[in-house]
Write a protein that binds this ligand. Sequence first.
Ligand code: NAD
Ligand code: TYD
Length: 341
Amino acid sequence: MRYLVTGGAGFIGSNFIRFLFRKYGEAARVVNLDKLTYAGIRENLAEFEGSPSYKFLQGDIANAADVAEGYKGTDGSGVDVVVNFAAETHVDRSLMEAGTFIETDVHGVLVLLEEARKHASLKRFVQISTDEVYGSIASGSFIETDALNPRNPYSASKAGGDRMAYAYAQTYGLPVIVTRASNNFGPWQYPEKLIPLFVTNAIDDLPLPLYGDGRNIRDWLFVDDHCAAIDFLIGHGENSETYNIGGGNERENREITSTILRLLAKPDTLIRRVADRTGHDRRYSIETSKLEGLGFRIDRDFDEALVRTVEWYRSNEGWWRAIKERSAEFKEYYAKQYEKR
Ligand code: NAD
Ligand code: TYD
């Protein structure tokens, strides 16, 4: 199968490309189109560079010429499947500046869809959306037909891309699938998100900045399970349909924080209660019976996956120290986000 993966230098995209080569070997041919924003790290996939099955293209999904180049595939023969991971992804950054979120997460999706219309042989276009488009829910869980109620600029822009992909399926008959996954965690996650930030801060005995009362709930999904679900849906999903992908692991942030500290044998005194995030969604929860009804089983062993993740950050200090200690952009972001909090 010939894939165009966008955002493949980021966290989930790089895990997905590694998943494809692990599962399909040379039968998978992958173009990775990535702008290399602050979150994109080309070296994440250094092991595949030079292989005829893999082509890295630095480019912007909001740029029609870059996108047209990506659709040519690794050898100019085209692609069968597009998986769009490329996005601005951090809620806290969207509260500082939302324009780039609209440009990539909405307009970028439109540019990818417009190019898709020129490729009649395209078999799938997977738009990677998020459970955050539903907004917060006090009790129960969202199903795919529930109304969208995004409550921050990140989730609002993702909702725009999500519905634009659906609109192109309805209007032009494109073979679109939309996936809405819950919070991912695992190796190669940029250390601005809760789990990698807290693990790496704890390793260095730095404070763990827990927002508000620490009782917000997220449903945690191990990144490999997410990749397996996307691969399954490429094969078994129905066009024009939307699928929730949840981990079935709802946890309060304060519980995750304590577990991380326990796994690293660090004291609870590292927890620093800080001012809450503006408009902080209280709880995310999604129902996954639609995906499971197709025969896919999600591996729900959260505890084991968290142990593996903590171990990965312990064994790969060079990777995250390059970001936290040597990236001027990260340092500036961290100071702005946390220093006066
Ligand atoms: P990430 O921030 O780690 O990576 C995003 C990647 O996209 C980076 O490599 C970046 O360089 C690239 N990118 C950004 N703008 C681009 C552009 N205009 N053109 C080309 N490339 C661009 O993100 P992630 O956590 O891996 O998330 C991947 C996707 O999954 C996103 O669409 C996100 O909304 C969705 N998602 C993430 C989670 C999660 O918990 N991380 C959960 C559900 C859905
Ligand atoms: P995050 O990883 O940013 O993902 P999202 O906001 O997309 O769910 O945050 C997960 C939860 O952790 C969320 O409730 C906010 C909280 N959080 C903190 O308490 N402190 C932090 O420093 C960060 C980054 C997040």
